[in-house]
Design a protein around this ligand. Structure first.
Ligand SMILES: Nc1ncnc2c1ncn2[C@@H]1O[C@H](COP(=O)(O)OP(=O)(O)OP(=O)(O)O)[C@@H](O)[C@H]1O
Ligand SMILES: [Mg+2]
Length: 242
């Protein structure tokens, strides 16, 4: 579903991504972790063309993200992205937030978009909030809306960049629960997160990045039980002690 081949990216002299290659199969959940500044956000943003690359190739569902002439807005409509800071439109109600791109990009009628939006709000447990504005919802609720908004586009895959790291601790699980359910339903997902409990529960593989390189790309249990590289061992010992 998602293939990266030798992806390189630099900001001036600074190499943010060096020869990153991986493959995410349909229905697979891949967790991306690594120290701050290692290139996780940049990697995930290159996947749906939010960040251009200097070299290498990215293919999603048979369509090249990196080839010239690819319509990036069509592609982005097919790959959902959920960020740390929900990025809902503050002046639109929750249901309007869910309808907007369905109507503008997918050309659904307003009744169709409304129906789909309400069904997704039901799925994330927020039907009662449909007519409120984002500012009236908790962080956990807003993030669930952001996930529903991504799902409204019938994406072929979902990308997450630290979806729970801006949330108060008591709200983390309500968001992770939605993600766990999506994973179990077979959604293809790439998730940048430090939630190793989530990784252990639903990830198929873990990618560990350091200094712009994919240092490990391993089956989940292999990664947690026997990380090959010293850098991954150090990283795990730091984040798993608490
Ligand atoms: N627009 C930019 N211009 C220059 N350097 C950048 C830019 N965006 C990111 N970087 C640098 O690229 C490196 C990787 O950044 P990135 O945000 O991908 O890291 P990250 O692994 O997501 O870190 P974090 O865990 O803190 O979110 C960092 O050193 C960062 O300073
Ligand atoms: Mg980041």
């Amino acid at each position: 579903m998602i293939t990266l081949r030798d992806v390189c990216k630099a900001y001036g002299q600074f190499q943010v991504l060096s020869h990153c290659s991986t493959h995410v199969a349909k229905g697979e959940v891949v967790v991306v972790c690594g120290p701050s500044g290692s290139g996780k956000s940049t990697l995930i943003k290159t996947v749906n063309g939010l960040e251009p690359v200097n070299a290498g190739e990215i293919i999603i569902d048979g369509v090249s993200v990196t080839a010239r002439g690819t319509n990036l807005s069509t592609l982005r409509a097919r790959v959902g992205m959920v960020f740390q800071h929900f990025e809902l439109f503050p002046h639109l109600s929750i249901i309007q937030n869910l309808m907007l791109a369905q109507v503008k990009v997918l050309k659904r009628t307003r009744p169709q978009a409304h129906k789909k939006g309400m069904a997704l709000l039901d799925r994330v447990g927020l039907v009662a909030q449909a007519h409120k504005f984002p500012g009236q919802l908790s962080g956990g609720q807003q993030q669930r809306v952001a996930i529903a908004r991504a799902l409204a586009m019938d994406p072929v895959a979902l990308l997450f960049d630290e979806p729970t790291s801006a949330l108060d601790p008591e709200m983390i699980n309500e968001v992770l629960d939605v993600m766990i359910e999506l994973a179990r339903e077979g959604m293809t997902m790439m998730v940048v997160t430090h939630e190793m409990g989530f990784a252990r529960k639903v990830a198929n593989r873990v990618i560990f990045m350091d200094r712009g390189e994919i240092v490990e790309d391993a089956e989940k249990n292999a990664f947690f039980d026997q990380p090959r590289s010293e850098r991954a061992q150090q990283f795990l010992s730091k984040i798993l002690v608490h």
